[in-house]
Write a protein that binds this ligand. Structure first.
Ligand code: HEM
Length: 408
């Protein structure tokens, strides 16, 4: 936070930000809740403003509707991308009517029954990961459990062939940096290269899958593409990329930071450990407290007013999900406390709201419930061993490493 004279300036590059952004959000909510940043993007920090922004159908998610931006910075990014910025046709970046069509096609596979059917497989993956850690009496919660679990689950759901996991994970880790509010031209060049490589890889996988149909999500989506013009081949590729990346780069933060926060709050860990009936509420509370995706975004198609400030047409607006999740005006004086019994915890905005509400919400909750619940009950004496390492991402904020000893 940089305060000269006048309103505070939102500065996610502040050295204290990564370990704890919440005091920064608090200052912004109090001092400048509808904030125009130095790079011509707006940021909303208050719960009620964020909620309204997300649910307003008159707003867009398509970058081509941005009319006002920091032109110098934009020119640098276009240059870094090799002269052209291509918009992904994933549903996350698409307005109706295309959004409605894309979401309907993909959501057929995300029925509650289909998700619940994954329960035994998720439990098995968790047990295998925890067996390996138990044998050593210690481990890294992120690299051994929080990352591989959602990565394997979404790979298996899609029916991705066994391939170079490390390479794919590296591309994906670079790609998600594009969600951060501030990126340098150098990082942007890396993001474009990773995106090209990932797209080429998915094209190859789709070509392979056409010859190897199976009972999986990718085969179902290919059938939709082949069945007339409901899904073009670029749309097919972009939905697969979205599901794959959104399927693991977010849930890793819920499981990794969630376990860290429980280990830092042993009283809350004990309450949850002793009462499995709290599992669902506790996962919602961890979603609120951790906020694995800290921001979403919309683009204004007309002037719009928040708390007396007018945001003009054609602006990029960040919705501060994490800030909304810690706003005392919504959550009361305990907003910054972890309370696994919190009433109404499910009203958090971690999955967004409105037409783009997270399609994988029930899958993410199931994975987290099994991973966190099993870890907690199997290792009641676990504790953090050494300094956890943050991943350096402003939006998909989470841990890169969480060393633990398992005790007992
Ligand atoms: C803890 C884990 C997760 C979090 C915090 C999360 C969060 C979000 C958020 C904030 C949005 C955008 C909402 C908006 O702008 O209104 C979103 C959209 C989406 N998420 Fe998730 N997500 C998670 C896990 C997953 C998983 C496991 C999958 C799929 C397997 C998934 C697939 C999607 C898709 C497809 C969309 C786009 C929906 C649309 O545009 O209609 N997410 N998610």
């Amino acid at each position: 936070m940089t305060t000269v004279d006048g309103p505070p300036v939102y500065n996610p590059l502040d050295p204290t930000y990564m370990a704890d952004p919440y005091p920064h959000f608090g200052e912004m909510r109090d001092g400048d809740p509808v904030h125009l940043s130095l790079i011509d993007l707006w940021v909303l920090f208050r719960h009620d403003d964020v909620f309204r922004l997300l649910r307003d159908p008159s707003l867009s998610v398509q970058d081509d509707n941005i009319e006002v931006r920091d032109e110098e910075r934009y020119a640098e990014l276009v240059d870094a991308a090799g002269g052209e910025l291509e918009r992904s046709t994933s549903m996350l970046n698409t307005d109706p009517p295309d959004h409605t069509r894309l979401r309907r096609l993909v959501s057929k596979a995300f029925t509650p029954a289909a998700i619940q059917a994954l329960r035994p497989r998720i439990q098995q993956l968790v047990d295998d990961a925890l067996d390996a850690m138990a044998a050593r009496g210690s481990g890294d919660v992120v690299t051994e459990l929080a990352f591989p679990l959602p990565f394997d689950v979404i790979s298996e759901m899609l029916g991705m062939p066994e391939s170079d996991k490390e390479q794919i994970a590296a591309w994906s880790g670079t790609l998600v940096k594009s969600l951060d509010p501030m990126i340098s031209a150098d990082i942007f060049t890396e993001i474009v290269a990773a995106s090209d490589a990932m797209n080429a890889h998915i094209d190859e996988v789709v070509a392979w899958k056409r010859g190897h149909p199976a009972d999986d999500l990718m085969t179902a989506m290919i059938a939709a593409e082949e069945d007339g013009d409901r899904l073009s081949s670029i749309e097919l590729r972009d939905q697969i990329a979205l599901l794959f990346v959104a399927g693991h780069e977010t849930t890793v933060n819920l499981i990794g930071t969630g376990i860290y926060d429980l280990l830092r709050h042993p009283d809350q860990a004990a309450i949850l450990r002793d009462d499995p009936s709290l599992d669902a509420t506790a996962i919602d509370e961890l979603l609120r407290f951790v906020s694995p995706v800290q921001f979403s975004r919309r683009i204004t198609l007309a002037d719009i007013e928040f708390g007396g400030t007018t945001i003009p047409k054609g602006m990029f607006v960040l919705a501060g999900l994490a800030s909304a999740n810690h706003d005392p005006a919504k959550w009361g004086p305990t907003a910054d406390e972890l309370d696994v019994r919190r009433e109404g915890a499910g009203q958090h905005l971690s999955f967004g709201s409105g037409a783009h509400y997270c399609l994988g919400a029930s899958l993410a909750k199931l994975e987290a419930q099994i991973a966190i619940g099993t870890f907690l009950r199997r290792f009641p004496d676990a504790s953090v061993a050494g300094d956890p390492e943050w991943n350096g991402r402003i939006n998909l904020r989470g841990l890169e490493h969480l060393p633990v000893t398992l005790g007992g």
